[in-house]
Design a protein around this ligand. Structure first.
Ligand code: ADP
Ligand code: MG
Length: 383
């Protein structure tokens, strides 16, 4: 990828720039916890975006996307927003940097990537954090890493119409090889935990169901409302409960008759999920991947039966994993489609993948996609 970028950069601009990269991400556990003030547990992956960039001394940005084989040029004022979606991520990062008092000079860039688009691995965060990091370095701004992540998040909000949380950009900026990062979504405190499944004889395998059911956004709003209703009922007795994640399981029991059964089940999932993140972190500190994997199954059960955001395709993949003694498996992301994330013993990888592809294809009429991922570095400059 680097050679192709370099070749194109030289052809277009007749010079050489500096190389930057960033990554997509996975989330091992901690789903639907972010808006409840709980924990998420993401890491950057070995699939990302790479860019060669050089300031050009003008107030124009000239970018070539190798993957779209398309050249776009734009200015740096609000009214210069490009029409191409991919270019809006870069434009948004420029604008959000400027809004934070950062300097952004015009630049030339060529970039490419290998994060599958829209598979739940956050290819958009990879672009944002790559350019946010690069512009910070090239322009000599001293914007801190958290703010770089927020530049990406605000880009999604203000230039791409996606009202996302901070996790994807956070993971993409802060990601570190061999580590997952537990982020407290309430305080934004974070802590790195060792995660090196390869060394312990495991692999992380994603199976992309390649479906996205339409329910997703209305169901998302319903789930949030349920969580807020449960939190409000608990708060009436325990004023310290700001978010649902602050509540103890027994406190939820106390208000059972005051909320709907549905709200109760949703809250039961969330409170359990917050605890599971902590349990997985403990397990990883002991190098205990089997316990971590078992927690992933519990999360899947909760997402499927209590929170009800799974779907037939994902439950099917989860059952195959269980039947084949895969160590851990669950739906990753908001639900209603996308990938399952699987923690698989090395020797089981090939038979598991073969069976999953065959059985899934027979059942649903299209093949799932397989991605092997390794936890890797996030935003950085390359040598
Ligand atoms: P994801 O879940 O992967 O973040 P999004 O829809 O948020 O899905 O982002 C995908 C968009 O990001 C693409 O439509 C494209 O505009 C941009 N994008 C991602 N990867 C690349 C790439 N390699 N080159 C150009 N644009 C990309
Ligand atoms: Mg995205």
């Amino acid at each position: 990828m680097k050679n192709k970028i370099q070749e194109k950069f030289r052809t277009l601009f007749g010079e050489e720039g500096r190389f930057f990269a960033s990554a997509g991400r996975i989330n091992l556990i901690g789903e639907h916890t972010d808006y409840n003030g709980g924990y998420v547990f993401p890491g950057a992956i070995d699939k990302g975006i790479m860019a060669e960039i050089a300031l050009n001394g003008t107030d124009r940005v000239k970018v070539f996307s190798l993957d779209y084989d398309e050249f776009v040029e734009f200015g740096l004022r609000e009214e210069d927003k490009p029409i191409q979606q991919w270019a809006r991520y870069i434009f948004g990062v420029c604008r959000e940097t400027i809004k934070r008092g950062g300097k952004v000079g015009g630049f030339n860039a060529v970039f490419a990537g290998d994060v599958p688009l829209g598979a739940g691995l956050s290819s958009s965060a990879a672009i944002e954090s790559c350019f946010a990091f690069a512009l910070n370095e090239l322009n000599g701004n001293a914007i801190n890493k958290f703010e770089l992540a927020k530049i990406g998040q605000s880009t999604e909000h203000n230039y791409c119409g996606v009202n996302c949380g901070i996790m994807d950009q956070f993971a993409s900026v802060f990601g570190k090889k061999g580590c997952l990062i537990r982020l407290d979504c309430k305080t934004l405190e974070y802590k790195y935990f060792p995660f090196d499944p390869e060394a312990a004889g495991y692999r992380l395998v994603l199976i992309d169901s390649c479906v996205k059911h339409e329910l997703a956004s209305s169901a998302y709003n319903d789930r949030r409302a349920s969580c807020e209703a449960a939190a409000a009922a608990i708060r009436a007795r325990h004023p310290e409960v700001e978010f649902l994640s602050d509540a103890k399981r027994v406190w939820l029991e106390e208000v059972r008759s005051e909320i709907t059964e549905e709200d109760f089940l949703r809250a039961e999932y969330v409170i359990g999920e917050v605890q599971r993140v902590l349990d997985v972190c403990d397990a990883l500190e002991r190098n205990d991947y089997e316990t971590a994997g078992e927690m992933m199954y519990q999360t899947h059960f909760g997402m499927s039966r209590l929170y009800e955001v799974s779907c037939e395709e994902l439950d099917f993949l989860n059952r195959i994993a269980r039947k084949m003694d895969v160590s851990g498996s669950r739906v990753m992301g908001g639900g209603f489609g996308g990938c399952t994330i699987n923690l698989v013993k090395k020797e089981l990888c090939q038979p598991f993948i073969e069976s999953a592809v065959e059985l899934f294809t027979t059942r649903f009429g299209h093949a799932p996609k397989i991605y092997n991922v390794v936890i890797s570095d996030g935003a950085r400059e390359l040598e």
